[in-house]
Design a protein around this ligand. Sequence first.
Ligand SMILES: Cc1ncc(COP(=O)(O)O)c(C=O)c1O
Length: 371
Amino acid sequence: MKLEQFVMERMQSTWENIVKFNLSESGVHPVALGELVPSAAGREELLTLELGYGQSNGTADLRNTIAEMYQGADDSNVLVTTGTSEANFLATWSIVEPGDEVIMILPNYMQTWGVARGFGGQIKEVPLIEEMNWAPDLDEFESLLSSKTKLIIVCNPNNPTGAILTEAEMDRITEGARRVGAWLLADEVYRGAERERPITPSFWGRYEKVIVTAGLSKAYGLPGLRIGWIVGPSEIVTKAWSYHDYTTIGPSALSDRLARVALAPDNRRKLLARTREILNNNFPVLRKWVDSYGGMFSVVEPQAGAIAYLRYDLDMESLDFVERLRDQKSVLLVPGEHFHMKNYLRVGFGSQPEHLREALELISSFVSDLP
Ligand SMILES: Cc1ncc(COP(=O)(O)O)c(C=O)c1O
């Protein structure tokens, strides 16, 4: 198997902890361990945890807690993974074989694009249309469906646009999958990180071949726990669990425990409320900055996630923009090129407001120095 470089993640892995202003992150400012476990009793209890191998598919308690968030699911439908990344990797690996056609709605988090190609899949791309507020071209989607379609990949809410599919669009995608008997992989890691709307409906339960991936990294502000999950039919979950034996074996015992703390109903509510508050405090800061450019930058407002996908009107490649900005001002953004698109920049706005303001000022200073 030959994997192409996952260019966005490679850039983030290299630079995100080196730059002063990391606006390449798509989640909110992370929760501190002390915020997650504020009481002395809770902390004492944690100290008794034995750091052995935990249950490799996730403790029954955690799997049950996750299953409760998906109507009709039980613990046999859940595999706990090391981040949503591992969930995506295992799900794609479990499905795609050489020569399979994979329909993917783009732009998207490009992990599954690379992994599906690595396993020999042939990607057929369906674009999101900016003029339609980043809705997918579903006529194009339907024209690509065939008996060769093995897998359909969506990310909802979407990275990088922050757009959310309507229920009608979700139904049309599900119907298409059903018509050709394809698997539908929905990465829902931004579910729960809506700015104004109620929690986005899940693809889970719409069709028997739906696999959902998600985790604690975005809506919950806990990427450092590296906890994700697959929710799917039990046969595919069992298969992915056996593949898991080859990757990380299981989640860290400490993270499994802390994930149960995070997903306890009261804590879950508080964490999601914290995320929403950050998004609503910060997005107006970015909006004002964009508007101050009177068209040089523009944005279709994201509905979820701490990311805005900005179009810019400058005669400069996005990778060049990002690398020069990083080297001159120590601010990191994601270039549209990492999503195979020209003239876009993904800006993360989930950090602390002062930090965001300072970073935006540095971008302004960079732009005003351009020839
Ligand atoms: C759509 C999407 N899926 C998965 C991931 C990876 O998430 P995790 O940190 O839970 O592995 C990301 C991270 O940016 C993402 O945007």
